[in-house]
Design a protein around this ligand. Sequence first.
Ligand code: AHG
Ligand code: MN
Ligand code: MN
Length: 333
Amino acid sequence: MITLGEYIIAKQHDFPEASGELSQLLGAISLAAKVVNREINKAGIADIIGTTGFENIQGEIQQKMDLYANDVFKSALEARGEVCGIASEEEEEFITFDDERSVNNKYIVLMDPLDGSSNIDVNVSVGTIFSIYKRISPIGEPVILEDFLQPGVAQVAAGYIIYGSSTMLVYTTGNGVHGFTCDPSLGVFYLSHENIKIPEDGSIYSINEGNYLSFPEGVKKYLKYCQAIDKESNRPYTSRYIGSLVSDFHRNLLKGGIYIYPSTALSPQGKLRLLYECNPMAFLMEQAGGTASDGFQRIMEIKPSMLHQRTSFFCGSLNMIAEAQEMMNKYST
Ligand code: AHG
Ligand code: MN
Ligand code: MN
């Protein structure tokens, strides 16, 4: 039985320049995850379900758990003193940690503290997504917006926590994707899924089909392809959509599949956020042997221009994404 802490230390040679910083940082994230997990587990009996009555910067209703998770992760990261700033889906601006110690740190964290939050009220799996970059501004000075607007290819680590039938932390530092399952009686994450690889051909497709009428033509054609009967290619594929990205991603990662959130009438740029959701998931997916694009180009090569930027998102098994992209190029340009 190898714990998350032991594993990170054993793998430190993958990441020599970060020495102990990355393990401290992941330690802070796993501690915050356990606190959030404890609250989610008693959601029905604690006063934490439902909305706050407020909207976030993106005009979305904030759930009580969105704010709670945001506070827990923010405080854990600030207290550990290994990062110089963070940006969160729930915060309008990035946050600078400018005390004497933090300002000399190299790393920043971007996060979606609670993904799929509307699912909490109905006891369905939710998650947390995080992404770690090295700052580009000089050490010793406060962080600047450009530190946060780096393309996904610059990520040094990324991961998610899934608060599901069991709680797992899955991360990559660019050397494969590794999953750890929490033993709730001990509050310890143990290595359970080393070097996860997604099958190149999957048979699950995940999309909110309620928006079908406003999908790009290429997506409509691809969905009809998924539904066509063809024994040789194992079609029709199975449709599975939970409505929390982390959960849909996790299932597809382990079983093989494709996740699509394209542009829709309601969200013409797509709904998912490039910095907090798509880039970290794209990094994990590529490290697991899959791929992620906006339908035309690699997600991690998009140069962000805004913190809360959205994008269309196609993510999953190599051959499924290739097929979907082919349809996009043929019908949606
Ligand atoms: P969040 O709760 O962080 O705002 O994210 C919700 C996202 C994502 O988790 C999920 O895949 C997607 O919204 C679902 O959107 P629809 O309800 O439009 O399908
Ligand atoms: Mn989300
Ligand atoms: Mn969220």
